[in-house]
Design a protein around this ligand. Structure first.
Ligand SMILES: Cc1ncc(COP(=O)(O)O)c(C=O)c1O
Length: 386
């Protein structure tokens, strides 16, 4: 067993990754070069989507997707409260108001029935539905597709946790209008910081490419005013510098070659936790399983009364547990700006109050998993009795 600190997530870097990055550093293009397209093509091919547009982070990718969907001032965007703030922040960046619906206890993802009710009572256009595949559990998109069609919304899956996940034979990235990925080091593959949107829509892809590069167009067919010559460029809308560099893309292109191995190791770790914690079923609720789960996280739930002492005991054993998440609507900014309060989304709040994310990452050893399970069982037993 490794005696080092066990973080909740960690990158897996090998010599091929290092070589790929060094090659770019020694070459001509550090950014806007061929490694970007190489990584985008690999992501499109892997997911089966027609287009892949890379971004400097998953958050920038979400912002790009919201922009491409046409989200603007006065719109509503539906998101779950149990997510990272970036999901709903990206709607706010576009001037929209976040609309929350509570989670389903079965999936820990946005509840479709409650979503329907919330959309019906919104009182303003719901421009985007943005379910999140929480922890890597691929949220069932069928009801959201139907709802999106009924209310005239664009469906964006926040799949920051679910790259490499599957629904039947289909990989995550095929079903929503746009699917957003993150390549932060704790995710399935990494580019240090980075993100991607995959889509079958040429129009969305084109809007996102423009958006990530200041809103500037260069191709004559994209001009709204007369084209002046090969030097010409025109900023036709506000945009940002959200580009992913060639250095980062080279790392991504090398990492994506191993994604299947990364996912299957994450599944093995999850199965090992399930087995090792089966005797504690009374006190430790395990996360919902799914054949296509991508296991970005392994979230467990204990009674909220004992979450803090259990969390602290694990931290003092060198186990870098985390909590995912403080419900978004309870962050000070959301309360003060939009008036949300405790009790608004009771299922997300109850889940959040007892949640602990156990370490899960590709290079974690079996003994480390058993060590964590053992320490967790002991801490729960001790504090449940107290
Ligand atoms: C659900 C979710 N969406 C979006 C993001 C943002 O991704 P990034 O950190 O790459 O900006 C994260 C990051 O952890 C996330 O967990």
């Amino acid at each position: 067993m490794s005696m080092r600190y066990l973080p909740y997530g960690h990158q897996s870097i090998n010599e091929d990754d290092i070589k790929a990055v060094v090659e770019v550093l020694k070459g001509e293009w550090l950014t806007t070069g061929p490694a970007v397209e190489r990584f985008e093509s690999a992501a499109a091919e892997y997911t089966g989507a027609s287009y892949a547009v890379s971004f400097s982070s998953g958050t920038a990718a979400l912002h790009g997707a919201m922009y491409a969907a046409g989200v603007s001032e006065g719109d509503f965007v539906l998101v779950p409260p149990l997510t990272f703030a970036a999901t709903s922040n990206s709607a706010i960046y576009c001037g929209a108001r976040p609309l929350f619906a509570d989670i389903s206890e079965e999936s820990l993802c946005l509840d479709p029935t409650l979503s329907e009710e919330v959309c019906a009572n919104a009182g303003a256009p719901v421009k985007v539905l943005a379910p999140v595949s929480f922890a890597g559990y691929p949220v069932d998109l069928k009801p959201f597709k139907e709802l999106a069609q009924r209310v005239g919304a664009v469906l964006i899956e926040d799949a920051a946790h679910a790259f490499g996940g599957r629904r039947g034979e289909m990989r995550v990235g095929r079903e929503a209008d746009m699917t957003v990925l993150s390549f932060h080091p704790v995710k399935h593959i990494t580019t240090a910081e980075g993100g991607m949107v995959v889509t079958d829509s040429e129009r969305f892809a084109e809007r996102m490419r423009r958006f990530r590069s200041h809103g500037i167009v260069k191709s004559p067919r994209q001009f709204v005013r007369p084209y002046d010559g090969p030097w010409d460029n025109d900023m036709i809308d506000i945009g940002y510098n959200y580009r992913l560099s060639d250095v980062a893309s080279a790392l991504g292109a090398s990492q994506i070659e191993r994604i299947e191995r990364f996912i299957s190791r994450r599944k093995e770790i999850a199965a090992l936790y399930r087995k090792a914690l089966s005797h504690a079923a009374k006190d430790v609720k395990l996360p919902p399983d799914h054949p296509g789960h991508a296991y970005h996280l392994f979230p467990i739930w204990v009674s909220p009364q004992i979450r803090r002492p259990v969390f602290e005991a694990l931290r003092s054993d060198g186990i870098g547990v985390q909590v995912h998440y403080v419900p978004v609507h309870l962050h000070t900014y959301y309360r003060e700006r939009f008036g949300f309060a405790p009790g608004d989304f009771p299922k997300a709040e109850e889940y959040s109050a007892g949640e602990i994310s156990l370490p899960i990452y590709t290079d974690m050893e079996d003994e480390d998993v058993l060590f964590v399970a053992d320490k967790l069982s002991n801490a729960v037993e001790k504090h449940a009795k107290a």
